[in-house]
Design a protein around this ligand. Structure first.
Ligand code: G6P
Ligand code: ZN
Length: 567
């Protein structure tokens, strides 16, 4: 077949003011991305930020398949071809989970990838779209690159594209298309969305053991699981790994496994509020031993036991840290350090101390784990925001977390709740809860944070005793968290207000960096109990919750009586 000879053109444009990437890329309403030149500008700025590295480079492109993915990919193809990119590797139908993109970037040793997702935010024409750049280690771009992209978006005057490059139905069909653009070869390869990722999971875990767990053996009944893809991208991976490879029942063990571009109008976020449907299923049907849900792009996970026994992400991380030796990957590669984001409860710190491993506390955002992993100092990490993962890739990984949990269950021959109870008996329990106030007016949210800033530096705040429900807590320290990366010494400031009490309890306040409109206030509440480990978390944390709302004057600043979500 002859290779079409095409020419690129330069299109004049003007900057948009709101293209600053948040915690995890640029996220806006679909209609914003549809504005003339909005998507084009941002893509051109990603390419400009890569500078001369882009010439002749290969990039991976794909996402959770949400509404607007296809036109965005077609735009990327045309702009990439005009910017001297040599090859794009794209998932069929534009589908790749975020962990799969990370894995592909690493396996193919390419320059980076563009992930089209707004993660757990709702999708569809009225909801969110997002574009995120991942670097050559497979992880989200660090702050300097995102800031550079943003700087460029404020000054852009033109973008380059190849308007005659025919993209119609290109991403629907597996195969390679070649073009000649301005005399250079440009290739688009459409690949299977799951193949590489499934192969990676098979290397990490013992699939024979997992199959025996799920199917049952003559010695053990089948372990009855229910996995909920929430109509997100993991559906294709769940069918492939759990149904085809591990013999789970397509009717009883998995649900909502067909990715929909609007996620069926649900909020694809695996927590007790938005995945209530799964929680209810497990409560109704006591024959289920285990439940798990994933977010839209497949990097988050929620773990449940029988009767929907809830495992906090902080506890999930600690349990996995304590049991990694039953997973072949860690047997082979060893376990280096552990890490968690600052607001994540410190349960894993206790495991690290006992096992004599290095422990890191980083700001919120998976990008902060990357350098530590690249330096060989970090094997397992997690965040309270339902993220768990390891150094097999540089993104958190929902399916990996479920396979890791099932490996621990298989190895210990115990259910989820018993594993947790045993863990708490050994280590004590870090009770944790997060209160979210979504779509608060930005002004009120900022004023509340400013009030807290002033409060924590006010005279006598440190040393003060705060009381509620007959419980008293003495402030030992308070600050706005800042972090110096141990590897490249870059500094991240203003990462959340911390009020630290003498008994180890903590209150953290942050504004979310992933919303697309208004502000989301997050309050993280944590206390530690050595012996009293079986109390309901909301009951145990009530006094601290009251104190947190009181000192922040949340109601006064936001007008809110109740949180939108409690996790
Ligand atoms: C994304 C990132 C996570 C981060 C989370 C925080 O999911 O990948 O690493 O923990 O956002 O979101 P927030 O809304 O709290 O800024
Ligand atoms: Zn996600």
């Amino acid at each position: 077949m002859s290779v079409p000879k095409l020419e690129s053109v330069v299109v004049q444009t003007t900057p948009f003011e709101d293209q600053k990437p948040g915690t995890s890329g640029l996220r806006k309403k679909v209609k914003v991305f549809m504005e003339k030149n909005y998507t084009e500008n941002f893509i051109q700025c990603i390419f400009d930020a890569l500078g001369c590295k882009l010439k002749g480079a290969t990039l991976v492109v794909g996402g959770d398949g949400r509404y607007f993915s296809k036109p965005a990919i077609n735009t990327i193809i045309r702009i990439a071809s005009a910017n001297e990119v040599s090859k794009l590797i794209i998932g069929q139908l534009g589908i790749f989970s975020t962990p799969a993109v990370s894995a592909l970037i690493r396996q193919h040793k390419v320059l980076g990838g563009i992930v089209l997702t707004a993660s757990h935010n709702p999708g569809g024409i009225r909801h969110d779209f997002g574009i995120k750049y991942n670097i050559e280690n497979g992880g989200p771009a660090p702050d300097q690159i995102s800031n550079n992209i943003y700087e460029l978006t404020t000054k852009i005057t033109q973008y380059k594209t190849t308007p005659t490059l025919e993209t119609d139905r290109m991403i629907d069909i597996l195969g390679t298309s070649k073009f000649n653009v301005d005399g250079r070869e440009f290739t688009v390869e459409i690949i299977d969305s799951t193949k590489n990722y499934v192969a990676l999971m098979k290397e990490i875990f013992d699939f024979n053991k997992l199959r025996a767990l799920i199917r049952g053996t003559d010695k053990r009944p089948a372990f009855n699981i229910l996995l909920d893809s929430m109509n997100g991208v993991t559906g294709v991976y769940v069918r492939n790994i759990f149904v085809e490879e591990l013999g789970a029942s397509p009717d009883n063990n998995v649900r909502r496994v067909v990715p929909l571009d609007n996620f069926g109008e649900i909020h694809p976020d695996p927590n007790l509020t938005y995945a209530k449907d799964l929680v209810d299923k497990l409560k109704e049907n006591a024959s289920y031993d285990f439940g798990a849900a994933f977010d839209g792009d497949g990097d988050r996970n929620m773990i449940l036991g029988k009767n929907a026994f809830f495992v906090t992400p902080s506890d999930s991380l600690a349990v996995l840290a304590n049991n990694l030796d039953c997973i072949p990957y860690f047997k082979k590669n060893g376990v280096h350090g552990f890490a968690r984001s600052m607001p994540t409860a410190a349960a894993v710190d206790r495991v690290a101390a006992k096992l004599g491993k290095e422990m890191f506390e980083v700001p919120t955002g998976w990008k902060y784990f990357g350098n530590l992993m690249d330096a060989g100092r970090l094997s397992l990490c997690g965040e309270e925001s339902f993220g768990t993962g390891s150094d097999h890739i540089r993104e958190k990984d929902g399916l990996w977390a479920v396979l890791a949990w099932l490996s621990v269950i298989e190895h210990k021959n115990m259910g989820v709740e018993d594993i947790l109870k045993e863990h708490w008996k050994t280590y004590g329990r870090n009770y944790f809860s997060r209160y979210d106030y979504e779509e608060v007016e930005t002004e009120g949210a900022n004023a509340m944070m400013q009030h807290l800033e002033n409060l924590i530096v006010s005279k006598d705040f440190v040393g003060k005793t705060l009381a509620s429900n007959c419980k008293t807590y003495k402030v030992a320290n308070a600050d706005n968290f800042s972090y110096v990366d141990p590897i490249d010494h870059s500094v991240a400031k203003n990462q959340g207000i911390r009020v630290l009490f003498e008994d180890g309890s903590r209150l953290i306040y942050r504004l979310s960096g992933t919303g697309s409109s208004g502000a989301t206030v997050r309050i993280y509440i944590e206390c530690y109990e050595k012996d009293d480990v079986l109390t309901d978390a909301q009951v145990m944390l009530r006094p601290l919750v009251n104190i947190s709302l009181d000192i922040a004057q949340l109601k006064k600043f936001t007008g809110r009586e109740e949180p939108t979500v409690i996790t």
